[in-house]
Design a protein around this ligand. Structure first.
Ligand SMILES: C[S@@+](CC[C@H](N)C(=O)[O-])C[C@H]1O[C@@H](n2cnc3c(N)ncnc32)[C@H](O)[C@@H]1O
Length: 400
């Protein structure tokens, strides 16, 4: 049950059920509890019943879920797939009508994609280039030829090599089996050689990124690899279930949030920054290195590249300054902020960088504030279970 936490009221007008649409997602919210590192489940196709949505079924051999990737089929720390029903309910009750939605810390893009519809402009932004490429594949308006992409995917899947390359030399036998690492390197090199436009290249790179994530010998991020290399399933690229007809108004950016904010005026601004000192460029360095492909020298046991230009100010001690600047500059009607209440932990790295009362006070400068919360369990390291983990959404109706 989603609760209004702030301001305090006797009545609780918000409840998660029934979910808007034909399928109750109750089990995703409070029943089946998933790890933050779990692959997000593929819902039955067309299960997200969005008004004005026109999902065109893909009629080909890729039309079964085994061969088709959905945007949420990826492990990503802090992804908001399980929070979508709550976000949707707040938007239904507080923000309608709206024409544009900005997901300014988009990560996987699942939140923007959930609100994607023909008549809505989704603005997605990410500091990591690998995420930008994926967002571009899923959400940018450019037309692409599905059949051409499918042919390329077949071609890439058929590549085989016994030769080492940049990727296998650095990541073979640790993050991946040597066979998979060689294949990943060979596919990545081939994508550079093919004559592709940017959209096509982004689609193939995204297909590779999702496939790599499936065979990585990690517990969901790339800070370290698992000691036992038992992730031996062979790599397989699949096609992406892109809702091309819904993307026509969308915009995708690869900028610092606090720079982009000067240039946009969305009706709804959704803010989901990192919560603690763990930099996403550290956790996803390997995927970033694979997508950028400038073949840098790597350092340390975890084989990380230089990430100095990718560090987020939201992971630093004075994160609240950046947050305050972002809110101050925002030109929008509604602001939604997701922020974790990790509480005080002995592991200083997991402590939240911005305190609740700082968030409330900063938002109050802009308009009326309410807070909604959703409980679910979370795995913090892939091993330890934290019960009573809470995700909150701070909502601010911006004063005119
Ligand atoms: C909590 S995650 C967002 C998860 C996302 N909502 C999802 O469902 O996948 C925060 C994201 O913000 C990105 N990020 C961090 N600092 C940023 C900045 N200054 N500007 C843009 N993106 C940033 C990180 O790379 C990370 O992907």
């Amino acid at each position: 049950m989603a609760k209004v936490l702030y301001p305090k009221t006797d009545s609780n007008e918000f409840s998660i059920f029934p979910f808007i649409g034909e399928i109750s997602w109750g089990s995703l919210i409070s029943g089946t509890q998933l790890s933050l590192f779990d692959d997000m489940p593929t819902p039955p196709r067309h299960s997200i019943v969005k008004k004005n949505s026109s999902i065109i079924p893909v009629k080909n051999k890729y039309n079964n879920t085994e061969n088709v990737i959905q945007i949420q089929n990826r492990r990503y720390l802090g992804n908001k797939y399980k929070l979508l029903a709550l976000i949707e309910e707040i938007i239904e009750k507080r923000c309608k009508p709206y024409n544009s939605f900005c997901d300014i810390f988009a990560g996987t893009g699942v939140t923007g994609e959930h609100f994607n519809a023909k008549n809505i402009k989704i603005i997605s932004n990410e500091i990591l280039y690998s995420n930008y490429v994926s967002l571009y594949a899923w959400l940018s308006p450019e037309y692409f030829d599905r059949e051409k992409i499918e042919k390329y995917i077949d071609l890439l899947n058929s590549l085989s090599t016994n030769n080492d390359n940049y990727f296998s030399v650095n990541y073979g036998g640790t993050y991946f089996t040597v066979e998979n690492a060689r294949k990943i390197g060979a596919i990545r090199e081939k994508i550079e050689e093919l004559k592709l436009n940017f959209k096509e290249k982004c689609i193939l790179l995204t297909s590779l990124l999702y496939a790599v994530d499936k065979v990585a010998n990690t517990c969901g991020h790339y800070d370290a690899f698992r000691k036992t290399l038992d992730m031996v399933v062979p790599l397989k690229l699949r096609t992406l279930d892109i809702k091309q007809s819904e993307n026509r108004n969308n915009e995708i950016y690869n900028k610092d949030s606090n720079v982009l904010i000067n240039d946009i005026e969305p009706d709804i601004l959704y803010i989901d920054p990192p919560y603690n000192s763990r930099q996403y460029c550290d956790s996803y360095h390997l995927l970033e290195n694979l997508i950028v492909w400038d073949k840098q020298d790597l350092v340390g046991k975890a084989k990380k590249m230089d990430r100095s230009n990718l560090k987020s100010k939201y992971c630093l001690k004075d994160a609240s300054k950046s947050f305050s600047e972002l809110i101050h500059k925002a030109k929008c009607k509604h602001i939604l902020v997701s922020y974790n209440n990790t509480g005080e932990s002995k592991d200083n790295r997991s402590n939240a960088r911005i305190k609740d009362n700082e968030i409330i006070n900063i938002l109050k400068d802009k308009g009326e504030v309410e807070i909604f919360e959703q409980h679910y369990k979370a795995f913090t390291t892939g091993k330890s279970i934290t019960n009573g983990h809470t995700e909150r959404v701070f909502y601010c109706k911006v004063r005119k």
